[in-house]
Ligand binder design. Structure first.
Ligand code: MN
Length: 403
């Protein structure tokens, strides 16, 4: 823990070893600024960098992170080191204090303009659970699952920031016991607790990005709630995969934690058997020991562990570019639903209620199989930092509102 002129609690999730980035505004001043939460305040980095005449200040004036994302690892490190210096050296205190705003007074916004959005399906426990729920007689992983990180292209334009209400979507569904589909609001609205990776540096069409180049392209990590309408999904998904069952909304947390803040959270991913193709092999460990928590109406309903996720972020990045598809600044790719082996580690209601057949009880006496109107879901996470500290990801929050 570094010494700082700020009054920081030892156990703050936003300590000096975290320093994530987001976009915020305050009441009466609607222009969006780049912010760095520290303790229970947010540093207005746009204003602080301008006042310091920092070389990187022009990257922080657009109200989105994209120019900073595009600038690459050298600049990312320079900004991070400057912010740490400003917050630790007492000589900067008087200059910085006017640019610190209480977290409770800020409105956060979507931190980056999302270019393309890809979602994977890389938790072995989630994939096996889904298999058991839908194919109880022949439950196994799809034959390709251990050879490649399965994914689909989602809808970038409906990625929304934490706090955005989610309107229950309409669509087609076909109950098992009837012959014709019906149309109406989804009756099986669900969540997927996921980890998102934000691409900074673009790549060239035709040139795959190797696993070793992960840190040269990916800026940082956020939390994702991949809202899913299971009844719509079941009727529409064959043979081309998810479409309208997921494109209505995908929520992301406001703060993007830079990879540099996650060095103490890195773990060896699970052993992979069979050994993957050469382009999917990694020499550096990039499993991430995130402890995720899912709350429904304030009650903890699941604690999915990310450390055991089968395919890691560098492998997903290498796979989605191996055909020559290029990366753009602001691309977001998500891990896939994070589920562990235990019942209380399942990252979706589909799994928690076992396909809706086993509604689960809440401490207030209510039970749920899928989401009801008015339900609020909050996904949060922390990861190990240096010296026993925790790196906080904040939370991604969303409330279901009627169609
Ligand atoms: Mn998903």
């Amino acid at each position: 823990m570094n010494v700082t002129w700020l009054d920081l609690a030892d156990n703050t999730p936003f300590g000096l070893d975290n320093l994530p980035y987001g976009v915020f505004s305050v009441a009466g001043a609607p222009e969006r600024r780049i912010g760095v939460p520290v303790g229970d305040q947010v540093l207005d980095l746009t204003a602080a960098a301008a006042e310091a005449a920092a070389a990187f200040a022009p990257l922080l004036t657009d109200g989105v992170l994209n120019p900073l994302l595009a600038a690459g690892p050298g600049t990312w490190r320079e900004v991070r080191e400057s912010v740490r210096e400003w917050l630790t050296e007492p000589r900067y205190a008087d200059q910085l204090r006017p640019h610190l705003v209480p977290l409770t007074e800020v409105t956060t916004h979507l931190a980056f303009e999302v270019a393309d959005y890809v979602d994977f399906y890389s938790s072995e426990h989630h994939a096996l659970n889904a298999s058991k729920i839908f194919r109880p007689d022949a439950a196994e992983l799809p034959p390709n699952w251990k050879h490649l990180p399965i994914g689909y292209h989602g809808r970038a334009g409906t990625v929304v920031t934490s706090g955005t209400p989610v309107v229950r979507p309409y669509g087609q569904r076909k109950p098992r016991n009837v012959d014709v589909p019906e149309f109406g609001p989804t009756q099986r609205l669900d969540i997927e607790a996921e980890v998102g990776f934000v691409v900074g540096v673009p790549s060239v069409t035709g040139t795959p990005v190797s696993t070793a180049d992960f840190e040269a392209h990916v800026f940082g990590v956020c939390l994702v709630n991949d809202w899913s309408a299971r009844d719509l999904q079941a009727w529409e998904y064959q043979p081309l995969g998810p479409f309208l069952a997921k494109s209505f909304a995908t929520s992301v947390s406001p703060w993007v934690v830079p990879l540099d803040a996650l060095q103490h959270a890195r773990v060896e991913g699970p052993a992979q058997d069979p050994e993957p193709f050469e382009y999917l092999r990694t020499s550096e460990k990039w499993g991430l020991d995130l402890a995720i928590e899912v709350r429904l109406n304030g009650h903890l309903v699941s604690s999915p562990p990310f450390a055991s996720h089968y395919w890691t972020a560098p492998q997903q990045l290498a796979h989605m570019t191996v055909n020559g598809a290029s990366l753009r600044t602001g691309d977001l790719y998500a891990s896939g639903t994070v589920s562990g082996p235990e019942r209380h580690q399942r990252g979706s209601f589909l799994e928690l209620s076992w396909g809706g057949r086993e509604p689960f009880e809440l401490p207030d006496g209510q039970s749920r199989a899928f989401l009801e109107d008015g339900d609020e879901v909050v996904i949060s996470a922390t990861a190990p930092g240096p010296g026993g500290t925790r790196i906080g990801f904040g939370e991604v929050r969303g409330t279901v509102v009627p169609s």
